[in-house]
Design a protein. Structure first.
Length: 259
């Protein structure tokens, strides 16, 4: 069976605005507002047309289907990630990581699209290009640039997506995070009974007015700094190996041996 042909809204030129019609930017903005307010399952072309007061036909002038609309909305969310040209690789990686985390937690529907809907829009590519440039300027070479970018992205998603799911669950059940934690208490008491050290640690959190949202922020920062420290050490080691392998180093080494 032949593979399904890949299509994307970014593979064709956007249509111009019709006379007295909607612009694509207006459509994307309205779609993101619907997604933020009601979630991914609530979005439909008909509902979007009603919100815009124009009917679905005007929407279809700019996007062929819901998949294309989601591609546009996803790239709109990446616009929240603010990066500054010329900053160091570490600053750029931090800006990207915090920016993407903020975008996902602000647009919770984004968590369900990442890895499913391709990130090929101008905002996503802007982020990728600036990350690559920063790591390249910082001294990373060859595939190490790609691996470093992937490490930053993987850490950010791995630390943020579970939090986004947790928040989405709270919204679906119309409960606060405190109520969710409270409801989990008896369950954890039971399932962790055979792990006394773990159980005691869990109980100690709640004995001191544990704030899970604050703990996640601190934990995210801790993990990001640790990961960037690791990349810095890899860069230092690569620089040391490069210096040892350079012709000048080899000549100096031979001279030293003769002395």
């Amino acid at each position: 069976m032949a593979p399904k042909k890949f299509t994307s809204v970014w593979m064709r030129e956007p249509r111009g605005q019709r006379e007295r019609g909607l612009t694509r930017d207006q459509i994307v903005k309205a779609a993101m507002e619907l997604l933020d307010a009601e979630g991914l399952d609530a979005l439909s072309m008909r509902k979007l047309g009603a919100k815009l007061g124009s009917g679905a036909t005007s929407v279809y002038w700019h996007v062929a289907n819901k998949d294309e609309l989601l591609e546009l909305a996803m790239d709109g969310a990446y616009a929240d990630v603010v990066l500054h040209p010329g900053r160091s690789w570490r600053e750029t990686a931090s800006d990207f990581s915090y920016g993407l985390r903020g975008a996902i937690l602000h647009h919770l529907w984004l968590a369900s699209l990442i890895g499913v809907v391709p990130s090929l829009g101008p905002q996503a590519l802007r982020c990728s290009a600036m990350l690559v440039d920063a790591f390249d300027r910082g001294g990373f070479r060859g595939m190490d640039v790609d691996f470093a970018v992937a490490a930053v992205l993987s850490y950010t998603l791995g630390a943020t997506l579970p939090e986004a799911s947790w928040r989405s669950a709270a919204i679906r059940t119309d409960s606060t995070e405190g109520e969710q934690v409270e409801a989990l208490g008896p369950v954890i008491d039971r399932v962790a009974a055979e792990h006394p050290a773990l159980h005691a640690r869990y109980q100690s959190y709640h004995a001191r007015d544990y704030d899970p949202a604050l703990a996640r922020k601190i934990g995210f920062d801790y993990g990001l700094v640790a990961m960037l420290d690791g990349l810095a050490e890899r860069l230092r080691q690569a620089g040391s190996r490069e210096a040892q392998a350079s012709p000048a180093s080899a000549t100096e080494s031979t001279t030293d041996q003769r002395r």
